[in-house]
Design a binder for this molecule. Structure first.
Ligand code: UT7
Length: 336
């Protein structure tokens, strides 16, 4: 049977580091508040003057992933680009990345599942590879959040959380009888809460799509009902993880490392407690990067591999929750 096997990962964080202390020059906040409520100590942002888009971050992460996979760009059958912050309104960042990789006609698919984007991408990879539609797929999760934030006290609840960054992963079809690769996926969405976490403008349902009144009302900045999202996340993450464990027929303790989306360290600690997981089984790096949305899971995966927390023979569970609402879980096993 054809299995989707991970061949290489990469990450890229723009060099500009913004600490919690730095944020206090623009808004009424404190390092103590941010660390206590979210676990975040710093995040990376693109240059203030602009000029660096989501596909630029994706390109750097992709170069590392391709290099580690031993692929050239020409080896790619399909690019999947997950982001909520595309370089421009359209076309998608996947097409821009394809061009930056020097490719001419390789298909590129953008997906818009926010914090769950990388997970939805993995489900697409499983379907494409196991059905024979593609043999080599590059999946990128990347965000430039900082240029879309309200960097003032008014927007502090959102602004302190988000970081910019990208992660990339190369998956290849391998014919094997072994139980390896992307073993299980479970994706979900709940559109009735779409306005609990959104950036509303520019909006095609408005004419013009954006105007001064909309900007005065801050409708071009992200809005979040943090408590609703927090509640929904903590009730659904363990349920969806169990669903994928059941699909594979393994127990929670058979997972070597859980790599959740990094939205808030408290959400992930709550997940660990509700699953009764041993200390160290849930990966955290939100302290250094903040919430990089579609970038967070592949960045964490790349770091966990580099730190040798996981490797040949490991079984991991990737999971996440975010705007849409969308959420999901994926179980992956590395070949021996
Ligand atoms: O990745 C996408 C998915 N997103 C999430 O999963 C995020 C889920 N939600 C959360 O992580 C939390 O709800 C937040 C971290 C966003 C907020 O934490 P909270 O404990 O829910 O705080 P809150 O919004 O209830 O605000 C508590 C207080 C308020 O002041 P009052 O009304 O009690 O006087 C806020 O105005 O904290 C104030 N506040 C801040 N103070 C200092 C809000 N933001 C800040 C800030 N600095 N940055």
């Amino acid at each position: 049977m054809k299995r989707a096997i991970l061949k290489g990962t990469g990450r890229y964080l723009p060099p500009r580091i913004v600490t919690n202390e730095d944020l206090t020059q623009w808004m009424d906040t404190s390092d103590e508040w941010i660390q206590q409520r979210t676990g975040i100590e710093q995040r990376h942002w693109v240059p203030e003057e602009g000029g660096v888009g989501t596909s630029d971050l994706g390109l750097e992460a992709s170069k590392t992933a391709l290099d580690r996979a031993g692929w050239t760009p020409e080896d790619i059958d399909l690019i999947i680009f997950a982001t909520l912050s595309p370089d421009i309104f359209f076309p998608g960042s996947g097409c821009l990345l394809q061009h930056k990789l020097g490719l001419d006609s390789t298909p590129a698919l953008d997906i818009r599942q926010q914090c769950s984007g990388f997970l939805y991408g993995l489900e697409i990879i499983k379907a494409y590879i196991e059905s024979g539609l593609a043999n080599r797929i590059l999946l990128v999760g990347a965000e430039v959040q900082s240029t879309g934030l309200n960097i003032s006290t008014e927007g502090r609840d959102m602004t302190v959380i988000f970081g910019d960054g990208a992660g990339a992963a190369c998956f290849e079809a391998v014919d094997t009888d072994a139980e390896v690769g992307i073993l299980a996926t479970s994706m979900h969405a709940r559109g009735k809460f779409s306005d609990s976490l959104m950036t509303e403008a520019p909006a095609s349902r408005e004419n013009p799509r954006i105007n001064e009144a909309m900007m005065k009302a801050n409708r071009h900045y992200p809005y979040m009902d943090g408590k609703t999202i927090f509640r929904q996340a903590v009730t659904n993450l363990s349920k969806v993880a169990k669903k994928t464990l059941d699909q594979v027929g393994i127990s929670k303790d058979d997972i070597d490392l859980y790599i959740p989306h990094q939205a808030n360290i408290r959400i992930n600690q709550f997940f660990g407690e509700s699953m009764k997981l041993e200390e160290g089984k849930v990966f955290h790096n939100i302290q250094r990067y903040g919430n990089t949305t579609a970038g967070s899971i592949p960045i964490a995966l790349d770091e966990a591999l580099e730190m040798k927390l996981i490797g040949a023979g490991s079984t991991i569970c990737l999971l996440g929750f975010g705007a849409g609402l969308t959420w999901g879980s994926v179980i992956y096993r590395f070949p021996e």
